[in-house]
Design a protein. Structure first.
Length: 758
């Protein structure tokens, strides 16, 4: 029995010892060229023709390629609708935008030549501030609006009203392995790409678009990534396309690995957001009406912003019910790098809205935020549907909250904190809570599909390939567990192989927390097909119905009283080979029961919801603004977990990454639009001392789960990141401030305290 067992990550030892090989560790093919990008030093301007003669003359330089050399389309937008170029042509739209690719015999030579190139750019005014973009209605796309009831009338009729506004910042992915791709030319125009990517199929499509060739000439492989977090969903594609472009132009293999500074300058971030809201409510704290605007800073081009904005607006009410609501989501255009996917994909920004509303209602009514929270949970006695018409499980919302509150010892902790604050004039402790309902599925319907390829060899060993990618999150071990369980064999008999578009085509990205759901089902279906054929051979041999054949304990046997006929799994595999029975099969899965009407903004876009709750305690030094998370209690609904050890690691890591976004990870562009946070010396990610000393994580026990999820498990990749929202609430509880923009750095905490004192 492998399902539900706390089995270690398949590459854990290899990661710890350095034996795991990433793209930059692979043996370099003969004749390899190294690439370096020429990046724009300004945020907006007109680009003159690039003088490449000086760079070409430098030792070791083989080629300098620009937009004029591209044989296909200079378009790397995920949608294929333009607006995002591989290399700038006439106009530069953001600081760090790629202008050219230098290819040289060594990486040092390529970097020297790239640094020697000085693009001539006539500066143009740059739109850098999201507030200014909102005032000028500089939009990347039309607004998205979800409405239920007459929000304006309900606001006017409400006994009490409040309003508020705040901002949340972006976030750099800061994966350990920066963007990298190796492109190797083959026969008949084929170019094989090894890419650190979450989306091999998109790498294939965009490289083929740039080169002007068929998809079948671009096989893409990814064994593992050194982290992704959404940053290697669309951004990895243009990096790989640039490498493929260089390989086609020179006829030699090309490796393009971005240095950390170049990676941070040229790739997208989590979207910063602006929020404005007006709420109507009664004296009990029941929210009756809400009119809110969520404005995402999308950067200079569309990228994946439509999906981010969609998820933000569909999660803006989170797990709460508001009878009359109008939610407006905007995508702002600024002269910054095009912002992109990041773990949670707009959900983390969306769920912030109701947390600010709840605190505003609590201030106006004299209730605690937790009392207001409980009075507005979806489900009886309130409404049980989202404003777009999808049902929420109110009993599960209340259960995760009740259990987390009990785990945290809420009442006793409140008394302890009150006593501490009374005894300390400058140190203030605070307690914050958060409850989550997060929808699982891609917002784009056609991405909810997956394929897998399974081979059983004549000795009973198994080879598994699926469309998902491994970025450290444990997807491969989970899918291997599914296959081992299906055949009833030990896990070590299943060989995990590199993701490849040549083996499983037309895959979705490994994103949206769907990796195990989609690829686990596809692998299960493929393995089930083979098992059915093998069962038929065993049934014919023993002259029993196929239904009587059981696979378990690495054996195949007859499930009948007194019938002890059995054989090893490998023995049956060999017999199937002798009998000329195919032991190879593909599996294909598409998520059922999801639909969306984009005109009406209604439907059921998510297969199910994942629920969770958190309680966090912080301490703040009111003289410096410095703060520390002292304790975190988390309860996460994972259904019937495929692998509790892996899931626990995901929850812990997600929480800390969310903690970083909310408190210390600050992106900064100067007045000229130049990004100044381009490395670990200027951009602070959480360290080991930022992890709560008391960190208590629990999977919801006996969690109800749909029968049609893979082995009744639930996704766990993204939801726990949002549980860190309790940190924001705890900081506001400790300081008593009304507005605290994010990230809540010590400087921002001090500014909020100063504003409160005025």
């Amino acid at each position: 029995m492998t399902i539900g067992a706390p089995i270690p990550h398949d590459s854990a030892l290899a990661h710890a010892t350095g034996a795991a090989r990433f793209a930059d560790d692979l043996a370099e093919p003969p004749g390899l060229l190294h690439g370096a990008l020429v990046l724009s030093p300004v945020a907006h301007g007109l680009l003159a023709a690039l003088d490449t003669a000086t760079a070409r003359a430098l030792p070791g330089v083989v080629a300098v390629l620009t937009a004029a050399d591209i044989p296909g389309a200079n378009d790397v937008s995920p949608s294929g609708k333009g607006g995002e170029t591989l290399f700038a042509e006439r106009t530069v739209e953001h600081h760090g935008q790629p202008i050219a690719l230098v290819l040289a015999e060594t990486r040092d030579a390529a970097l020297r030549a790239a640094a020697a190139l000085e693009p001539a750019i006539a500066p143009l005014p740059a739109l850098l501030d999201a507030e200014e973009a909102l005032a000028h209605q500089a939009y990347l796309m039309p607004p998205q609006v979800i409405a239920r009831g007459d929000a304006e009338h309900a606001l006017d009729a409400a006994p009490l009203r409040a309003e508020g506004s705040f901002r949340s910042g972006g976030q750099e992915h800061f994966y350990l392995e920066s963007q990298i791709a190796v492109a190797t030319p083959g026969e008949d125009g084929e170019i094989a790409i090894t890419s650190s990517t979450q989306h091999p199929t998109e790498v294939q499509h965009i490289a083929a678009r740039v080169l002007g060739c068929d998809f079948n000439r671009i096989p893409v492989t990814c064994r593992r990534m050194g982290g992704g977090f959404g940053g290697k969903e669309s951004n990895a594609s243009w990096v790989a396309a640039a490498a493929a472009f260089g390989a086609q132009a020179t006829g030699r293999p090309v490796k393009l690995r971005l240095a950390r500074k170049a990676d941070m300058a040229a790739t997208g971030k989590r979207h910063p957001f602006l929020f404005r809201w007006r709420a109507g409510f009664d004296a009990d704290g029941r929210i009756l009406a809400l009119d809110a605007t969520l404005a995402a800073d999308g950067g200079h081009s569309l990228d994946l912003t439509p999906g981010v904005v969609f998820r933000a607006i569909t999660h803006a009410l989170n797990c709460y019910d508001v009878p009359a609501v109008k939610l407006t989501a905007l995508a702002l255009r600024t002269n910054t790098v095009s912002h992109t996917a990041f773990r949670g994909f707009g959900g983390p920004q969306g769920v912030l809205l109701m947390e600010d509303v709840i605190r505003g209602v609590a201030r106006a009514t004299g209730h605690t935020p937790e009392e207001v929270r409980e009075r507005n949970f979806a489900g009886a006695p309130n409404g049980g549907e989202t404003p777009y018409g999808q049902a929420l499980e109110g009993d599960l919302i209340r259960r995760v909250w009740a259990e987390c509150r009990a785990d945290a010892g809420w009442e006793a902790r409140r008394q302890e904190i009150a006593a501490f604050n009374a005894a300390h004039p400058y140190l203030r402790r605070g307690l914050g809570s958060f409850v989550l309902a997060f929808g699982i599925s891609f917002g784009v319907r056609h991405l909810n599909q997956a394929g897998a390829l399974v081979h059983v060899y004549a000795d009973g060993s198994i080879r598994l390939n699926h469309g998902g990618t491994e970025m450290g999150q444990g997807l491969n071990i989970k899918v291997a567990q599914v296959v081992a369980e299906t055949f009833g064999v030990p896990l070590h008999r299943v060989r995990i192989t590199a993701t490849s578009t040549a083996e499983v085509p037309n895959t979705a990205p490994t994103a949206a927390s769907t990796g195990s759901d989609l690829n686990g089902w596809a692998a299960h279906l493929a393995a089930g097909t083979i098992r059915g054929r093998m069962a038929g051979v065993a049934a014919a041999l023993w002259e029993v119905p196929v239904e009587a054949i059981v696979f378990a304990g690495n054996r195949v046997f007859v499930d009948r009283p007194g019938d002890n006929r059995a054989m090893e799994f490998g023995e049956l595999a060999h017999r199937c080979w002798i009998e000329r029975v195919s032991l190879s099969a593909t599996g294909f899965y598409r998520t059922p029961d999801i639909h969306w009407d984009a005109q009406a903004m209604r439907g059921e876009p998510f297969f199910y919801f994942s629920y969770g709750a958190s309680v966090v305690e912080v301490v703040v030094d009111t003289l410096t603004g410095e703060h520390r998370v002292l304790r975190a209690d988390l309860v996460q609904d994972a259904g019937r977990s495929l692998n509790p050890a892996v899931d626990r690691g995901q929850i812990e890591g997600a929480f800390v990454q969310g903690l970083g976004w909310l408190t210390c990870e600050e992106l900064h562009w100067d007045e000229q639009g130049r990004q100044r946070t381009l490395g670990p010396s200027t951009y602070k990610i959480p360290g080991s001392r930022d992890v709560p000393p008391a960190f208590k994580v629990r999977l919801l026990s006996a969690a109800p789960a749909r029968a049609d999820t893979i082995f009744r498990s639930k996704a766990v990749g993204e939801p726990p990141l949002m549980l860190a929202t309790a940190v924001w609430n705890a900081l506001k509880d400790a300081t008593g401030v009304e507005r605290l923009d994010l990230p809540a750095t010590p400087e921002r905490v001090l500014m909020a305290l100063a504003a409160k004192a005025r």
